[in-house]
Design a protein around this ligand. Structure first.
Ligand code: GDD
Ligand code: MN
Length: 412
């Protein structure tokens, strides 16, 4: 005899953000369906019941039994997942994922797609700002052969209900910036910021996605296998319940996302592959280097002016402070992926000592190069110094990459 239990919550997949080509087969249920719609939520307790009800009504009327709704909640403090889970008995096509530990809108959507059973994958906000009836038009466009159908505020029938001048400006500004950095992606749709769209599973399957922040559509267009795109106009509704999670952080994330896509897709990626040079890492290393320069000069100034220390001592102490500064930032940022797999004080100390030695060797190397260029090759001394710095930065980066943050130490 079996007791009737409420459906258990879906557990979030871990590892790479990659949608399988075929849905995982689960016993007892239909393996493949037409449509899976993800509803990402964070603190949408007051909206979720409504959302599920409206979407169900709409989809039941057109593709009854051939779709599923998947709420992906990032462990909302207001317990959205709990409310959603309580709806599962009345809505058998509803599944709920509670993600603990990982957060972020784009990731949530992909995690949902990873467990989805549909041939068409979609996403809609969980706050009713995306008008539900547009969904059927989007769905039809994909069924009729589009690889991607995007709800757009900037085509006929689209708009924003009552955004302030500032928000319109920021939104358009972000779009223009995106067009400059990534024309091949943002130029393909009128509303690349849209979070309301549907895509063929085939177009995104087996591609590892690396989104940052909110704008998952950029990732889909940038990395997906998308030929035909359809756009359907919609008016972005005002929020009635709850509040938007957009902060300045989303703007930073957006910028990071643009740069990442720029460097890892298209012809720049092909060039990088050929050169086999970790350009992103090198850029971060350079930023850290600049911060080190600031630290070095500041500490040097304090030691000289306030503590009235001698020139040599001040130079050595400030340089060492900068080395420590650089090490810490490189460890937690530039080489984060590597250091996070080699935790423990011992391992970090080992990395620090290597880094230190390599940087000191770099200083000696710099002195040698300056001398060679200036005394032997008669190069202007400032130019000599500049060339020496460039060579040593590359030296520092390359040798630290190979020795300090080495992947071979990684524990499996
Ligand atoms: N799981 C999860 N995790 N969901 C999140 C997170 C998160 O970290 N952050 C936000 N959400 C959910 C919200 O609960 C909501 O359902 C949806 O994602 C959109 O978040 P809002 O905070 O309401 O964003 P918005 O209204 O400013 O912007 C939305 O609409 C734009 C226009 O279409 C976003 O979806 C944008 O991506 C979209 O372009
Ligand atoms: Mn919203």
């Amino acid at each position: 005899m079996s007791i009737i239990e409420p459906n258990p919550l879906l557990s979030a997949p871990s590892g790479a953000l990659r949608v399988p080509k075929y849905p995982a087969i689960s016993t007892g249920s239909k393996d493949c369906i037409l449509f899976s719609l993800i509803i990402p939520t964070y603190n949408e307790r007051d909206n979720i019941t409504n959302v599920i009800q409206v979407l169900t009504k709409l989809l039941d009327s057109s593709i009854y039994g051939d779709y599923e709704l998947i709420v992906v909640d990032d462990d909302s403090p207001d317990g959205t997942w709990e409310v959603a889970a309580s709806l599962m008995t009345s809505y058998p096509q509803l599944r709920v994922m509670r993600r603990v530990g990982e957060r972020g809108l784009s990731q949530a959507v992909i995690r949902g797609w990873q467990v989805a059973k549909g041939r068409i994958l979609g996403v809609i906000d969980g706050d009713l700002q995306h008008p539900p009836h547009v969904m059927l038009q989007l769905l039809r466009a994909v069924e009729e052969g589009a690889d991607l159908a995007v709800g757009s505020r900037h085509v006929d029938g689209g708009g924003v209900s009552s955004w302030s001048v500032v928000r319109r400006f920021l939104s358009r500004g972000a779009q223009v910036l995106g067009l400059i950095i990534l024309p091949g992606v943002l130029g393909r749709v009128s509303d690349p910021m849209s979070g309301y769209f549907m895509v063929q599973r085939n177009s995104v399957a087996e591609i590892t996605l690396h989104p940052v922040g909110y704008k998952i559509l950029l990732e889909i267009i940038g990395r997906g296998n998308i030929q035909e795109i359809a756009e359907v106009g919609y008016v972005f509704n005002e929020r009635v319940e709850g509040e938007s999670k957009v902060t300045w952080k989303q703007y930073i994330d957006y910028l990071r996302h643009l740069i990442r896509l720029r460097l890892t897709t298209g012809h720049l990626e092909r060039m990088n592959k050929r050169l086999n040079f970790p350009i992103g890492r090198f850029l971060r290393f350079g930023v850290v280097g600049f911060s080190g320069l600031g630290v070095d000069l500041t500490v040097f100034y304090i030691l000289r002016q306030i503590f009235e220390l001698g020139l040599t001592r001040s130079t050595i102490l400030s340089a060492e402070t900068a080395i420590i500064n650089n090490f810490l930032w490189n460890d937690i940022w530039t080489f984060h992926d590597i250091s996070s797999r080699q935790t423990g004080k011992g391992a970090r100390l080992k990395r620090f000592l290597k880094f230190n030695v390599i940087c000191l060797a770099g200083v000696i190397l710099q002195a040698l190069i300056v001398n060679l260029l200036y005394n032997v090759l008669k190069v202007n001394e400032y130019l000599a110094k500049l060339i020496a710095i460039a060579v040593v930065v590359l030296w520092n980066f390359w040798v630290n990459l190979k020795l300090s943050w080495r992947v071979t130490d990684v524990k499996k």
